[in-house]
Design a protein around this ligand. Sequence first.
Ligand code: DX5
Ligand code: ZN
Length: 215
Amino acid sequence: MARIAPSILSADFGRLAEEVQAVTEAGADLIHVDVMDGHFVPPITIGPLVVDAIRRATHLPLDVHLMIETPAHQVAEFVRAGVNGVTVHVEATGDTAAVLAAIRDAGARPGLALNPPTPIERVRPFLAAVDLLLVMSVNPGWGGQPFVEGSMEKIAAARRLREETGTGFDIEVDGGIKPHNAAAARAAGADVLVAGSAVFGADDYRAAIRSLRSG
Ligand code: DX5
Ligand code: ZN
């Protein structure tokens, strides 16, 4: 059964702690936190101060997705804020292997993300060093975008790569996940489904999470 990670990008930021508590009570498995720097992607979202506030609102693991250009400068501060996993992009600048090692040294689970146009082979050199591979199924930057075609095949390719390399990372899919495509993403091999608008745009968070997990 897949784990569900509501993305707070689609939450009401004026009531952020309440929103995080609501999805916690509604059965979320982890909280997905989208950090954007205005360089790697056009929008700017939140930094460690807000992550610290989220940390105090839930006992669930925090899954931090860094859409930032120079993650090496930032990872330690996010780990200090009490997050469980930190995911960086293979397209970001800097030494990817060194950043992944720094995340693990700091005491968090390293994750690696790739954008829809990036070939899966780009991540191969890093697979032994990651606990999570995040397959982006939209181009990063905004919630509520349509699922990019071909992403199911990419999830399946990630699963084959995991078998082929004898590694054990979780596969997470992020972007455009809704009740109508969640089952296909799970069948393709996704262990964790990120969902922003499908959860926070629903009237009933519990029903939304349930239908993503097993509907
Ligand atoms: C997009 C973010 C996603 C986003 C997903 O750049 O990484 O986590 O919140 O939102 P939905 O589920 O609405 O596509
Ligand atoms: Zn994300």
